[in-house]
Write a protein that binds this ligand. Structure first.
Ligand code: CAA
Length: 385
Protein backbone atom coordinates (compact mmCIF):
# COMPACT_ATOMS: atom_id res chain seq x y z
CA UNK A 1 0.00 0.00 0.00
CA UNK A 2 1.25 3.45 -0.94
CA UNK A 3 1.52 5.82 2.03
CA UNK A 4 2.94 8.68 0.00
CA UNK A 5 0.96 11.81 0.87
CA UNK A 6 0.06 14.19 -1.95
CA UNK A 7 0.71 17.93 -1.90
CA UNK A 8 -2.99 18.41 -1.10
CA UNK A 9 -2.81 16.01 1.84
CA UNK A 10 0.24 17.80 3.22
CA UNK A 11 -1.51 21.17 2.84
CA UNK A 12 -4.55 19.93 4.79
CA UNK A 13 -2.33 18.46 7.49
CA UNK A 14 -0.50 21.78 7.76
CA UNK A 15 -3.74 23.79 7.88
CA UNK A 16 -5.12 21.56 10.65
CA UNK A 17 -1.83 21.79 12.58
CA UNK A 18 -1.77 25.60 12.39
CA UNK A 19 -5.41 25.87 13.40
CA UNK A 20 -4.86 23.50 16.33
CA UNK A 21 -1.79 25.36 17.57
CA UNK A 22 -3.12 28.87 17.06
CA UNK A 23 -6.82 28.56 17.80
CA UNK A 24 -7.29 25.48 19.99
CA UNK A 25 -4.16 25.16 22.14
CA UNK A 26 -4.49 28.48 24.02
CA UNK A 27 -7.77 27.47 25.71
CA UNK A 28 -7.32 23.68 25.94
CA UNK A 29 -5.96 23.55 29.49
CA UNK A 30 -8.63 25.86 30.86
CA UNK A 31 -11.44 24.01 29.10
CA UNK A 32 -10.15 20.72 30.50
CA UNK A 33 -10.57 22.25 33.99
CA UNK A 34 -13.94 23.90 33.46
CA UNK A 35 -15.48 21.48 30.97
CA UNK A 36 -16.65 24.45 28.88
CA UNK A 37 -17.70 23.52 25.35
CA UNK A 38 -15.39 24.97 22.62
CA UNK A 39 -18.21 26.90 20.96
CA UNK A 40 -16.18 29.43 18.98
CA UNK A 41 -13.57 26.88 17.95
CA UNK A 42 -16.24 24.59 16.55
CA UNK A 43 -17.77 27.49 14.66
CA UNK A 44 -14.39 28.30 13.09
CA UNK A 45 -13.74 24.64 12.29
CA UNK A 46 -17.05 24.65 10.43
CA UNK A 47 -16.13 27.79 8.48
CA UNK A 48 -12.86 26.11 7.43
CA UNK A 49 -14.65 22.98 6.21
CA UNK A 50 -13.46 20.59 8.94
CA UNK A 51 -16.97 19.57 10.03
CA UNK A 52 -18.02 18.20 6.65
CA UNK A 53 -14.63 17.15 5.33
CA UNK A 54 -15.79 14.20 3.22
CA UNK A 55 -19.21 15.59 2.27
CA UNK A 56 -19.39 16.54 -1.43
CA UNK A 57 -19.21 20.31 -2.14
CA UNK A 58 -22.64 20.00 -3.74
CA UNK A 59 -24.02 19.64 -0.18
CA UNK A 60 -21.76 22.21 1.44
CA UNK A 61 -18.84 19.94 2.36
CA UNK A 62 -15.13 20.07 1.55
CA UNK A 63 -15.26 17.00 -0.71
CA UNK A 64 -12.00 15.54 0.61
CA UNK A 65 -10.98 11.91 1.00
CA UNK A 66 -10.74 9.87 4.18
CA UNK A 67 -6.93 10.13 4.23
CA UNK A 68 -7.29 13.92 4.58
CA UNK A 69 -9.73 13.33 7.43
CA UNK A 70 -7.26 11.06 9.27
CA UNK A 71 -4.50 13.63 8.89
CA UNK A 72 -6.68 16.48 10.17
CA UNK A 73 -8.09 14.43 13.05
CA UNK A 74 -4.59 13.52 14.26
CA UNK A 75 -3.49 17.17 14.26
CA UNK A 76 -6.58 18.39 16.12
CA UNK A 77 -6.52 15.54 18.66
CA UNK A 78 -2.81 16.10 19.29
CA UNK A 79 -3.74 19.44 20.81
CA UNK A 80 -7.26 18.76 22.13
CA UNK A 81 -9.07 15.43 21.97
CA UNK A 82 -12.31 17.09 23.09
CA UNK A 83 -12.47 19.23 19.97
CA UNK A 84 -11.49 16.20 17.88
CA UNK A 85 -14.45 14.10 19.01
CA UNK A 86 -16.95 16.85 18.18
CA UNK A 87 -15.41 16.94 14.71
CA UNK A 88 -15.32 13.16 14.36
CA UNK A 89 -18.96 12.61 15.31
CA UNK A 90 -20.23 15.37 13.04
CA UNK A 91 -18.18 14.12 10.06
CA UNK A 92 -18.38 10.34 10.38
CA UNK A 93 -21.51 9.59 12.32
CA UNK A 94 -23.86 12.31 11.16
CA UNK A 95 -22.90 13.84 7.78
CA UNK A 96 -21.89 10.45 6.37
CA UNK A 97 -25.22 8.81 7.20
CA UNK A 98 -27.28 11.52 5.56
CA UNK A 99 -24.97 11.71 2.55
CA UNK A 100 -25.06 7.93 2.08
CA UNK A 101 -28.67 7.11 2.87
CA UNK A 102 -30.54 10.39 2.73
CA UNK A 103 -32.75 11.66 -0.10
CA UNK A 104 -31.81 14.85 -1.91
CA UNK A 105 -34.51 16.65 0.06
CA UNK A 106 -32.98 15.40 3.35
CA UNK A 107 -29.50 16.40 2.18
CA UNK A 108 -30.66 19.91 1.40
CA UNK A 109 -32.57 20.23 4.66
CA UNK A 110 -30.24 18.46 7.12
CA UNK A 111 -26.84 17.75 5.57
CA UNK A 112 -26.05 21.21 4.24
CA UNK A 113 -26.27 23.00 7.63
CA UNK A 114 -24.31 20.16 9.27
CA UNK A 115 -21.54 20.01 6.67
CA UNK A 116 -21.06 23.78 6.72
CA UNK A 117 -21.01 23.82 10.53
CA UNK A 118 -24.07 26.06 10.88
CA UNK A 119 -25.45 23.27 13.04
CA UNK A 120 -23.82 20.27 14.66
CA UNK A 121 -25.22 16.78 14.94
CA UNK A 122 -25.30 13.75 17.22
CA UNK A 123 -25.58 9.99 16.73
CA UNK A 124 -27.85 8.18 19.16
CA UNK A 125 -27.48 4.41 19.37
CA UNK A 126 -26.43 3.67 22.99
CA UNK A 127 -29.06 3.51 25.70
CA UNK A 128 -29.00 3.26 29.51
CA UNK A 129 -29.20 -0.55 29.19
CA UNK A 130 -27.76 -1.02 25.68
CA UNK A 131 -24.08 -0.52 24.84
CA UNK A 132 -22.08 -3.24 23.09
CA UNK A 133 -25.18 -5.36 22.47
CA UNK A 134 -26.59 -2.75 20.12
CA UNK A 135 -29.24 -4.93 18.44
CA UNK A 136 -31.36 -4.72 21.63
CA UNK A 137 -32.75 -1.22 21.08
CA UNK A 138 -35.35 -0.40 23.74
CA UNK A 139 -36.28 2.95 22.20
CA UNK A 140 -39.42 2.41 20.17
CA UNK A 141 -40.92 4.05 17.10
CA UNK A 142 -44.63 3.26 16.88
CA UNK A 143 -46.30 3.74 13.53
CA UNK A 144 -49.43 5.92 13.67
CA UNK A 145 -52.43 5.81 11.29
CA UNK A 146 -51.25 9.03 9.59
CA UNK A 147 -47.86 7.47 8.72
CA UNK A 148 -45.91 9.30 11.41
CA UNK A 149 -44.06 7.55 14.26
CA UNK A 150 -44.14 8.22 18.00
CA UNK A 151 -40.66 7.85 19.46
CA UNK A 152 -40.34 6.81 23.12
CA UNK A 153 -37.27 5.86 25.11
CA UNK A 154 -33.87 7.12 26.22
CA UNK A 155 -30.36 7.38 24.81
CA UNK A 156 -27.11 7.58 26.76
CA UNK A 157 -23.57 8.92 26.34
CA UNK A 158 -24.53 11.11 23.42
CA UNK A 159 -21.58 13.13 22.13
CA UNK A 160 -22.63 16.70 21.17
CA UNK A 161 -25.81 15.86 23.09
CA UNK A 162 -26.78 19.25 24.50
CA UNK A 163 -25.27 21.25 21.61
CA UNK A 164 -26.74 19.53 18.58
CA UNK A 165 -29.73 20.51 16.58
CA UNK A 166 -30.10 17.37 14.44
CA UNK A 167 -29.94 13.87 15.99
CA UNK A 168 -29.59 10.54 14.19
CA UNK A 169 -31.76 8.26 16.35
CA UNK A 170 -32.19 4.49 16.10
CA UNK A 171 -35.46 2.99 17.32
CA UNK A 172 -37.19 -0.37 17.23
CA UNK A 173 -40.18 -0.06 14.91
CA UNK A 174 -41.00 -3.76 14.45
CA UNK A 175 -39.98 -5.88 17.45
CA UNK A 176 -41.05 -9.09 15.67
CA UNK A 177 -38.12 -8.61 13.27
CA UNK A 178 -35.38 -8.10 15.89
CA UNK A 179 -32.49 -6.01 14.56
CA UNK A 180 -34.10 -6.01 11.11
CA UNK A 181 -36.98 -4.05 12.67
CA UNK A 182 -34.79 -1.09 13.70
CA UNK A 183 -35.28 2.21 11.85
CA UNK A 184 -33.04 5.28 11.59
CA UNK A 185 -34.72 8.65 12.15
CA UNK A 186 -33.53 12.23 12.22
CA UNK A 187 -34.92 14.27 15.10
CA UNK A 188 -34.48 17.91 16.09
CA UNK A 189 -33.88 19.17 19.59
CA UNK A 190 -36.88 21.52 19.51
CA UNK A 191 -39.45 18.78 18.92
CA UNK A 192 -42.14 18.42 21.59
CA UNK A 193 -41.27 15.51 23.94
CA UNK A 194 -37.53 15.72 23.22
CA UNK A 195 -35.66 16.09 26.52
CA UNK A 196 -31.96 16.85 26.90
CA UNK A 197 -30.20 15.65 30.06
CA UNK A 198 -27.38 17.33 31.95
CA UNK A 199 -23.83 17.33 30.64
CA UNK A 200 -21.81 14.41 32.09
CA UNK A 201 -18.79 15.17 34.31
CA UNK A 202 -16.15 12.96 32.69
CA UNK A 203 -12.64 11.63 33.39
CA UNK A 204 -11.32 12.91 30.05
CA UNK A 205 -12.37 14.76 26.88
CA UNK A 206 -13.89 17.04 29.46
CA UNK A 207 -14.87 19.94 27.25
CA UNK A 208 -16.72 17.75 24.76
CA UNK A 209 -20.42 17.52 25.40
CA UNK A 210 -21.90 14.19 26.52
CA UNK A 211 -25.42 13.71 27.86
CA UNK A 212 -28.49 11.49 28.05
CA UNK A 213 -31.61 12.15 25.98
CA UNK A 214 -35.24 11.27 26.64
CA UNK A 215 -38.10 10.93 24.15
CA UNK A 216 -41.74 11.02 25.19
CA UNK A 217 -44.16 10.63 22.29
CA UNK A 218 -41.91 12.60 19.95
CA UNK A 219 -43.88 12.69 16.71
CA UNK A 220 -41.73 12.14 13.63
CA UNK A 221 -43.05 12.36 10.08
CA UNK A 222 -41.91 9.75 7.52
CA UNK A 223 -39.79 12.30 5.65
CA UNK A 224 -37.43 12.04 8.65
CA UNK A 225 -36.68 8.35 8.15
CA UNK A 226 -33.14 7.86 6.86
CA UNK A 227 -33.00 4.88 4.48
CA UNK A 228 -35.89 2.43 4.65
CA UNK A 229 -37.86 1.31 7.72
CA UNK A 230 -36.05 -1.72 9.17
CA UNK A 231 -32.71 -0.75 7.60
CA UNK A 232 -31.56 1.11 10.70
CA UNK A 233 -29.25 -1.45 12.27
CA UNK A 234 -27.31 -1.96 9.05
CA UNK A 235 -27.02 1.83 8.74
CA UNK A 236 -25.83 2.08 12.36
CA UNK A 237 -23.11 -0.53 11.81
CA UNK A 238 -21.89 0.85 8.51
CA UNK A 239 -21.73 4.32 10.00
CA UNK A 240 -19.66 3.06 12.91
CA UNK A 241 -17.17 1.44 10.52
CA UNK A 242 -16.26 4.90 9.27
CA UNK A 243 -16.55 6.40 12.75
CA UNK A 244 -13.93 3.96 13.98
CA UNK A 245 -11.37 5.43 11.57
CA UNK A 246 -12.10 8.84 13.10
CA UNK A 247 -11.68 7.59 16.67
CA UNK A 248 -8.53 5.67 15.71
CA UNK A 249 -7.10 8.94 14.38
CA UNK A 250 -8.17 10.73 17.53
CA UNK A 251 -6.33 8.11 19.62
CA UNK A 252 -3.30 8.47 17.34
CA UNK A 253 -3.32 12.22 17.89
CA UNK A 254 -3.53 11.82 21.67
CA UNK A 255 -0.53 9.47 21.54
CA UNK A 256 1.56 11.64 19.23
CA UNK A 257 0.82 14.76 21.29
CA UNK A 258 1.96 13.04 24.50
CA UNK A 259 5.02 11.61 22.76
CA UNK A 260 6.16 14.99 21.42
CA UNK A 261 5.93 16.49 24.90
CA UNK A 262 7.87 13.58 26.37
CA UNK A 263 10.68 13.83 23.81
CA UNK A 264 10.98 17.57 24.36
CA UNK A 265 11.17 17.06 28.12
CA UNK A 266 14.03 14.57 27.80
CA UNK A 267 16.22 17.35 26.38
CA UNK A 268 15.40 19.66 29.29
CA UNK A 269 15.61 17.29 32.22
CA UNK A 270 19.00 16.19 33.50
CA UNK A 271 19.84 13.22 35.72
CA UNK A 272 23.07 11.44 36.52
CA UNK A 273 25.00 14.36 35.02
CA UNK A 274 23.35 14.37 31.54
CA UNK A 275 20.05 14.99 29.73
CA UNK A 276 17.81 12.01 30.47
CA UNK A 277 17.59 11.14 26.76
CA UNK A 278 21.20 9.95 27.08
CA UNK A 279 20.03 7.24 29.47
CA UNK A 280 19.25 3.93 27.83
CA UNK A 281 16.16 3.39 30.03
CA UNK A 282 14.62 6.54 28.53
CA UNK A 283 15.84 5.83 24.99
CA UNK A 284 14.13 2.42 25.04
CA UNK A 285 10.88 4.03 26.10
CA UNK A 286 11.06 6.65 23.35
CA UNK A 287 11.86 4.02 20.74
CA UNK A 288 8.90 1.88 21.80
CA UNK A 289 6.56 4.87 21.80
CA UNK A 290 7.65 5.98 18.33
CA UNK A 291 7.27 2.45 16.96
CA UNK A 292 3.75 2.16 18.30
CA UNK A 293 2.72 5.57 16.97
CA UNK A 294 4.10 4.90 13.50
CA UNK A 295 2.33 1.53 13.41
CA UNK A 296 -0.95 3.10 14.51
CA UNK A 297 -0.56 5.84 11.89
CA UNK A 298 -0.05 3.24 9.16
CA UNK A 299 -3.15 1.34 10.29
CA UNK A 300 -5.23 4.54 10.26
CA UNK A 301 -3.99 5.56 6.81
CA UNK A 302 -4.47 2.03 5.50
CA UNK A 303 -8.07 1.93 6.73
CA UNK A 304 -8.67 5.33 5.12
CA UNK A 305 -7.10 4.28 1.81
CA UNK A 306 -9.21 1.10 1.71
CA UNK A 307 -12.35 3.17 2.44
CA UNK A 308 -11.40 5.70 -0.24
CA UNK A 309 -10.92 2.87 -2.76
CA UNK A 310 -14.52 1.74 -2.23
CA UNK A 311 -13.57 -1.70 -0.88
CA UNK A 312 -14.82 -3.32 2.33
CA UNK A 313 -12.96 -1.63 5.20
CA UNK A 314 -14.74 -3.14 8.24
CA UNK A 315 -11.70 -5.09 9.45
CA UNK A 316 -9.18 -2.35 8.65
CA UNK A 317 -11.23 0.24 10.58
CA UNK A 318 -11.61 -2.06 13.60
CA UNK A 319 -7.89 -2.90 13.58
CA UNK A 320 -6.93 0.76 13.41
CA UNK A 321 -9.25 1.63 16.29
CA UNK A 322 -8.23 -1.30 18.46
CA UNK A 323 -4.53 -0.74 17.99
CA UNK A 324 -4.50 3.07 18.13
CA UNK A 325 -6.63 3.20 21.28
CA UNK A 326 -4.48 0.55 23.01
CA UNK A 327 -1.24 2.34 22.23
CA UNK A 328 -2.72 5.74 23.12
CA UNK A 329 -3.11 4.47 26.68
CA UNK A 330 0.38 2.94 26.68
CA UNK A 331 2.10 5.95 25.15
CA UNK A 332 0.29 8.42 27.44
CA UNK A 333 1.28 6.34 30.46
CA UNK A 334 4.92 6.16 29.32
CA UNK A 335 4.93 9.90 28.59
CA UNK A 336 4.00 10.43 32.24
CA UNK A 337 6.70 7.98 33.31
CA UNK A 338 9.33 9.89 31.32
CA UNK A 339 8.26 13.08 33.11
CA UNK A 340 8.41 11.38 36.54
CA UNK A 341 6.53 13.33 39.21
CA UNK A 342 6.06 16.29 36.85
CA UNK A 343 4.03 14.06 34.57
CA UNK A 344 1.51 13.49 37.32
CA UNK A 345 0.55 17.13 37.68
CA UNK A 346 -1.63 19.12 35.31
CA UNK A 347 0.98 21.77 34.48
CA UNK A 348 2.94 19.38 32.24
CA UNK A 349 -0.10 18.35 30.18
CA UNK A 350 0.70 14.66 29.67
CA UNK A 351 -1.69 13.50 32.40
CA UNK A 352 -4.57 14.88 30.27
CA UNK A 353 -3.50 12.58 27.46
CA UNK A 354 -3.95 9.54 29.68
CA UNK A 355 -7.39 10.71 30.82
CA UNK A 356 -8.43 11.53 27.23
CA UNK A 357 -7.07 8.27 25.81
CA UNK A 358 -9.24 6.00 27.96
CA UNK A 359 -12.49 6.77 26.18
CA UNK A 360 -11.03 5.70 22.82
CA UNK A 361 -11.03 2.12 24.16
CA UNK A 362 -14.74 2.45 24.94
CA UNK A 363 -16.77 4.56 22.52
CA UNK A 364 -17.74 3.62 18.96
CA UNK A 365 -17.25 0.00 19.98
CA UNK A 366 -15.13 -1.14 22.93
CA UNK A 367 -11.81 -2.89 22.34
CA UNK A 368 -13.58 -6.15 23.09
CA UNK A 369 -16.11 -5.44 20.32
CA UNK A 370 -13.26 -4.57 17.90
CA UNK A 371 -11.75 -8.02 18.58
CA UNK A 372 -15.12 -9.58 17.68
CA UNK A 373 -15.43 -7.52 14.51
CA UNK A 374 -11.87 -8.35 13.38
CA UNK A 375 -12.25 -12.06 14.14
CA UNK A 376 -15.58 -12.32 12.31
CA UNK A 377 -14.20 -10.57 9.24
CA UNK A 378 -11.01 -12.59 9.05
CA UNK A 379 -12.90 -15.85 9.47
CA UNK A 380 -15.19 -14.81 6.60
CA UNK A 381 -12.14 -14.09 4.45
CA UNK A 382 -10.56 -17.47 5.27
CA UNK A 383 -13.86 -19.28 4.69
CA UNK A 384 -14.12 -17.92 1.13
CA UNK A 385 -10.37 -17.96 0.42
N1 CAA B 1 -20.54 -3.46 9.40
C1 CAA B 1 -21.63 -3.78 8.64
N2 CAA B 1 -22.59 -4.62 9.09
C2 CAA B 1 -22.41 -5.17 10.30
C3 CAA B 1 -21.30 -4.89 11.12
C4 CAA B 1 -20.33 -4.00 10.62
N3 CAA B 1 -19.26 -3.67 11.33
N4 CAA B 1 -21.43 -5.58 12.28
C5 CAA B 1 -22.56 -6.27 12.20
N5 CAA B 1 -23.16 -6.01 11.01
C6 CAA B 1 -24.40 -6.58 10.50
C7 CAA B 1 -24.28 -8.10 10.33
O1 CAA B 1 -23.75 -8.40 9.06
C8 CAA B 1 -25.70 -8.53 10.50
O2 CAA B 1 -26.39 -8.28 9.30
P1 CAA B 1 -27.54 -9.31 8.79
O3 CAA B 1 -28.57 -9.38 9.86
O4 CAA B 1 -28.02 -8.68 7.52
O5 CAA B 1 -26.85 -10.63 8.58
C9 CAA B 1 -26.24 -7.56 11.54
O6 CAA B 1 -25.41 -6.41 11.49
C10 CAA B 1 -26.26 -8.12 12.94
O7 CAA B 1 -24.93 -8.47 13.24
P2 CAA B 1 -24.57 -9.75 14.09
O8 CAA B 1 -25.45 -10.90 13.69
O9 CAA B 1 -23.10 -9.95 14.00
O10 CAA B 1 -25.06 -9.28 15.55
P3 CAA B 1 -24.38 -9.48 16.95
O11 CAA B 1 -25.37 -9.03 17.95
O12 CAA B 1 -23.78 -10.85 17.09
O13 CAA B 1 -23.13 -8.45 16.91
C11 CAA B 1 -22.17 -6.25 17.15
C12 CAA B 1 -23.33 -7.10 16.64
C13 CAA B 1 -21.02 -6.36 16.14
C14 CAA B 1 -21.69 -6.68 18.52
C15 CAA B 1 -22.75 -4.82 17.18
O14 CAA B 1 -23.85 -4.78 18.09
C16 CAA B 1 -21.74 -3.77 17.57
O15 CAA B 1 -20.96 -3.32 16.74
N6 CAA B 1 -21.78 -3.32 18.86
C17 CAA B 1 -21.01 -2.19 19.28
C18 CAA B 1 -21.88 -0.96 19.25
C19 CAA B 1 -21.08 0.29 19.23
O16 CAA B 1 -20.05 0.39 18.56
N7 CAA B 1 -21.60 1.31 19.88
C20 CAA B 1 -21.00 2.60 19.87
C21 CAA B 1 -22.01 3.62 20.26
S1 CAA B 1 -21.92 5.07 19.32
C22 CAA B 1 -20.76 6.07 20.01
O17 CAA B 1 -20.00 5.69 20.83
C23 CAA B 1 -20.75 7.41 19.38
C24 CAA B 1 -20.24 8.56 20.16
O18 CAA B 1 -21.02 9.37 20.63
C25 CAA B 1 -18.79 8.85 20.18
Amino acid sequence: MNFQLSEDHLAIQQAAREFAEQEIAPSAVERDKTGDFPEEIIQKLGELGFLGMMTPPEWGGAGLDCVSYVLAMEEIAKVDASVAVVMSVNNSLVCWVIETYGTDEQKERFLRPLATGQKIGAYCLSEPGVGSDATQQATTGTLQPDGSYLINGAKNWITNGTRSFHYIVFAQTDPSKGHKGITCFILDQDMPGFEVGHKEDKLGIRSSDTCALGFTDVRVTPDRIIGAPGQGFKIAMETLNGGRIGIASQALGIASGAFEKAVKYTFERRAFGKPINQLQAIQFKLADMQLKIETARMLCLRAARVKDSGQNYIKEAAMAKLYASTIAMEVASQAIQVHGGYGYVREYLVERALRDAKITEIYEGTSEIQHIVIARQLLKEYAVG
